[in-house]
Design a binder for this molecule. Structure first.
Ligand SMILES: Nc1ncnc2c1ncn2[C@@H]1O[C@H](COP(=O)(O)OP(=O)(O)O)[C@@H](O)[C@H]1O
Ligand SMILES: [Mg+2]
Length: 222
């Protein structure tokens, strides 16, 4: 009985999810392909899909297309944000920039995400006078954001040194619980490294806030 009920609920949720989808996975993959070619072409590069990024790109596109198989086949949760991690130069930042580009060109607002580097946030914090510093933290604690290269930023100056992303991520966790606000991150750090740098509270919250997607391989920079 319970199993039947669960199945009905699941089917219902799936139907709703499909109805709310703004774009089908294959459509998004096609757009990604076209736009990635143009994006990389700006730097005189050819868009390469190989064994290192094939799986990642598949799951990444499924996520932004709100594909239910992201949950059923990839153990993900569509309500959470994304934590894309892996070594340098594998295409983490550019993948988000391509999604941003698709959103802009085809006016798909649901996938629009502002991107800011963590270092830039720290600079804004450092440049603010002391009674305005908290405003910077508050500003980046609300609304959807992609924080690029978490872990590469230097510690902020605040009567000594402080890792302000501990605070930002904790506040964003509260927003996630209250409103479902999503956070996206690219990083060279793993969750274990996050624990070391930002503390165990942030580390615990990361599990609840993020799907972890790994993108490794040799650097594509040359
Ligand atoms: N799939 C790809 N095909 C071609 N060039 C790529 C691809 N992915 C990344 N690049 C290039 O490799 C470099 C590193 O990419 P980037 O997204 O900045 O990596 P990361 O953020 O993981 O360090 C950039 O110059 C980018 O244009
Ligand atoms: Mg990057």
């Amino acid at each position: 009985m319970r199993k039947i009920l669960q199945k009905i609920i699941f089917e219902k949720r799936k139907k709703i999810a499909l109805k709310e989808r703004i774009i089908m996975t294959n459509q998004l993959k096609n757009l990604f392909n076209t736009q990635a070619k143009e994006y990389y072409n700006l730097n005189n590069r050819t868009f390469i899909i190989d064994q290192n990024n094939k799986k990642f790109l598949n799951v990444f596109c499924k996520y932004f297309a709100q594909d239910p198989t992201f949950e059923t086949e990839h153990n993900g949760e569509l309500d959470k944000g994304l934590f894309v991690f892996g070594s340098n130069g594998t295409g983490k930042t550019s993948s988000f920039e391509i999604i941003q580009r698709i959103s802009k060109i085809y006016s798909i607002n649901q996938i629009w995400t502002p991107i800011i580097s963590t270092q830039n946030v720290v600079e804004q914090f450092n440049l603010s006078v002391s009674n305005k510093k908290d405003d910077v933290i508050k500003y980046y604690s609300k609304g959807k954001y992609m924080f690029d290269d978490l872990g590469s930023e230097i510690k902020a100056s605040n009567y000594g040194k402080e890792d302000i992303f501990s605070r930002i991520l904790e506040l964003r966790y509260n927003e996630f619980i209250k409103k479902g606000t999503k956070t996206y991150i690219t990083s060279n750090l793993s969750f274990e490294d996050i624990k070391e740098r930002y503390g165990v509270r942030v580390y615990d919250r990361c599990y609840q806030m993020f799907n972890q997607l790994e993108l490794n391989g040799k650097s594509r920079r040359f």
